[in-house]
Every structure is written in C-alpha cells, then in structure tokens.
Design a protein around this ligand. Structure first.
Ligand SMILES: [Zn+2]
Length: 275
C-alpha cells in the first residue's frame, strides 16, 4: 500500500476548508503519479439501508389535513434502497447488487459491513458501498438531501457531538466504519455524481445541501468507494410529507441510480479515476 507521509502540515480553517502547505501539495501530486492503479470494472454494488427492525432510526411527526402521522427512517430508506437495487439489477445483469438488508430487520454494525467484507475481489475489480439514511434535526426548518464522504481527519471530529450537532448520531459509527475503508478520490467523485443526479430528480422540490467533505487528498488507493446519502429530514413537515410518498421515494431512487450509472460509466471508461 502506498501511503502519503505522515505528519502532514495542514490546517483546518474556520470555514471548514483544509489547507496544506506547498511541500505537502507536491507530495500529494507525486503520490498520484507514482500510483499504479488497477484497471477494472465495478463488480459489486452494495446498498445499505440504515437501521431496521427494533431500530426505527429517526422518527418524524407530521400533519396532513389535521391528521397526525409519523414516519420512520428505516422504512423510507428500505423502500428507496430496494427500488434502487431493482433498477441496478435490471441494468447490470453481470454485476452483483447486494443489499445489507432487504426487509425490516435489525442488523448489528458488523453485520452491516459483513456483506462488503465477505466479497473477494478479483484482480482489477472494485466495489462501491452506498449507505442510505434520512436525517433528523431539532431545527425543524432543516431540509434537503446531502452526501457524505469523509477524510480520515474527520474521525476524531465525528465523535464531537457539538460540532456535528446536525448529524444523525447513529450514523456516526457507520461513518467511522466507512473511514476504515479509506477516503478515496473515487468516493468524492461518486458523491458528486450522486448529488448532481439527485439534484436533477428532486432539486426543484428539495434542497441540495451539498457534499459534506473537507479535504481532497487521498491516503490510499482503496477498492471500495463509499458514500452515505441522507435523503432528507423526517423532522421537517414538508419533507416528511414528501418522504412518506412512494412517488417521491421513486424520484430519489432514480437519482441514486442515475448517479451510480454515471459513476460506473466514467469509471469503467477511464479504467479507474485515479490516473
Ligand atoms: Zn440514520
């Protein structure tokens, strides 16, 4: 494994940007040049609907014509994941589309990543991992979708609840697990494709909260680009109404599907992004 030298001189600015000095920048550039990236296609697509079973995830309460209703994150993300997986299976009969859960069941964190970890990739093959969640916030005005892809520097920060007040707290261990898989340039590109295609599907009704990331440089070449999508806020009245409608979930699934297809098209055309 190639690694960037440790002890990088870097600084996190108040607006959340990551600054590196010119020496580090040169190292980063050299790192990319010397990498021999394996060519190959995406063989496995793992879709991970969050929560399930005894764990409902975030619960939203909303009102439709005076009638009080509630919405569980676990149901919203399962339906979206199933529809996305269906479209992917139809499009890619030669790829494996794997779901961490295909029904309403509880999974321990290790069971969630077991699927991905049990796959043995042949030379040049890669896998993408997409975790799907819905958000909650004490700020009932918060709404919109977002995609997470995080550098390892975030690990310590993720545990800082104050800084990440708006992050679904049960997502933190999953994000941390994703970080074990390394932050790759592919994750950034996958995340950007997903945001763009979600924006195309629902950007006029929802809000694109953008990517959640801070730095660009890559620590290792990993075979598993991983992102986490937050579909929207179940704690926002209008968004809860949207997230409880199958037609809206279909749009979100279409957005996720299109983003994955775009990623794969480019990835397989360029034989990996990193060179
Ligand atoms: Zn969640």
């Amino acid at each position: 494994m190639n690694e960037l030298r440790t002890g990088l001189k870097s600084e996190l600015t108040a607006d959340g940007r990551f600054l590196i000095d010119s020496e580090t920048a040169a190292d980063v550039a050299a790192f990319f040049e010397q990498q021999e990236f394996e060519a190959g296609g995406v063989r496995y697509i793992v879709i991970d609907p969050g929560h399930g079973g005894k764990d409902p995830g975030a619960i939203g309460h909303y009102t439709v014509s005076g009638e009080k209703k509630s919405l569980n994150e676990k149901d919203v993300v399962l339906q979206t994941a199933l529809e996305t997986a269906d479209m992917l299976s139809a499009r890619y009969p030669d790829k494996e589309i794997l779901l961490t859960r295909g029904d309403d069941r509880y999974l321990k964190l290790e069971e969630r990543t077991e699927v991905a970890n049990s796959v043995e990739l042949a030379e040049g093959e890669s896998m993408i991992f997409i975790s799907i969640h819905a958000n909650a916030s004490f700020n009932t005005k918060a709404r919109g979708f977002e995609v997470w892809y995080l550098p390892p520097e975030y690990r310590r920060d993720l545990l800082d609840e104050e800084r990440f007040g708006e992050v679904d707290s049960d997502v933190i261990p999953i994000l941390n697990t994703m970080l074990e898989e390394e932050y790759t340039i592919e994750s950034v590109i996958l995340g950007e494709k997903l945001l763009a295609s979600l924006d195309e599907e629902v950007g006029d009704i929802s809000v694109n909260r953008g990517p959640k990331e801070e730095s660009w440089f890559v620590v290792r070449n990993a075979h598993m680009p991983s992102v986490l999508i937050e579909l929207g806020f179940v704690t926002n009245q209008e968004e809860a109404v949207l997230l409880s409608s199958s037609s809206y979930l279909k749009k979100l699934s279409k957005g996720i599907y299109n983003g994955i297809v775009e990623f794969i098209n480019d990835y397989e055309l360029t034989r990996g992004y990193s060179d």
